[in-house]
Ligand binder design. Sequence first.
Ligand code: KG4
Ligand code: ZN
Length: 342
Amino acid sequence: MEEKKDLLILAIESSCDETAAAVVKNGREVLSNVISSQIALHTLYGGVVPEIASRKHIEKINQVIETALDEAKVTLDDIDAIGVTYGPGLVGALLVGVAEAKAIAYAARKPLIGVHHIEGHIAANFIEHKELEPPFLCLVVSGGHTHLVCVKDYGEFEILGRTRDDAAGEAFDKVARAIGLGYPGGPKIDKVSKEGNPDAIEFPRAHMGDTPYDFSFSGVKSAVLNYLNGCKMKGETWNQADVAASFQKAVTDVLVANSMQAVKEYGLRKFAIAGGVASNSALRSAMKEACEKNDIDFYYPSPIFCTDNAAMIGVAAYYEYLKGTRHGWDLNAVPNLKLGER
Ligand code: KG4
Ligand code: ZN
């Protein structure tokens, strides 16, 4: 019998401030995962500057792709398809990856597969959990998104809830700036919270009565700002670690409560988290505890696969490839691409 050939995807990700490329074998094995982060550069400005991000992607992308191929010990000839994030994200940043992927696919005569960034985040869970298969429920929490998604099959999603205002990561970043931690806020709040009391200050937990799986984080963010202002007016000092830990607990409580309610209502026994905020240690342990209590299998990627990377795009591209998804040379960056849209 003829031996089944391995399927190799070269994946490219440039939707925000990481220039990334990866080689993924048979959808679940990461042969290389190269990430050139621009965080240090954007820290100077307290957040991502879109123009600078695009320029840096252009400078780095060829080098990152070459390193990804080298580290995987393959050449372009060995690659079966090119996967690339084409939305959502910053349009100028996305364009760099899309143009690069099209050029490589055209020159090397390889199929081109455009991938939704959130589909990539969700697919990150497949890398280290070889046994995980749809259907399952996934909470996607990143700098730009907060979605509670039912993953019905590979590449097939039903969005149960989303944020009505700020994304969870955005709230972390804004609160971090307000309490003097700077950018990027999420990891810094995570770290200082370990020294603080999460029950020191009672910040609000927003629950949407009519749409129980939607989220809102602008209220808790304003409550933190009001608390800081109140202290200033009264001439009182505030404890940075206590504010961070109490804010983190308020956000975590809502994410856990909505997720567990959805898992129960949809009768799913598998629950995963994804996106940059999924690397938050308090969220991971609170979710783990809640899943254990409800007898649900809990999945989460290692931190390197939670924040933006190309390996997750390669995994999603593999399953799209199997479903027959192929994009033409007219593939464009779509900054507000909806999940499930093709
Ligand atoms: O997924 P990601 O890299 O990019 C987007 O697609 O948005 O997520 C970045 C977000 C940022 O808001 C960052 O502050 C947050 O994820 N983040 C964290 C942690 N690590 C990253 N938030 C909380 N705790 C963390 N440990
Ligand atoms: Zn992301």
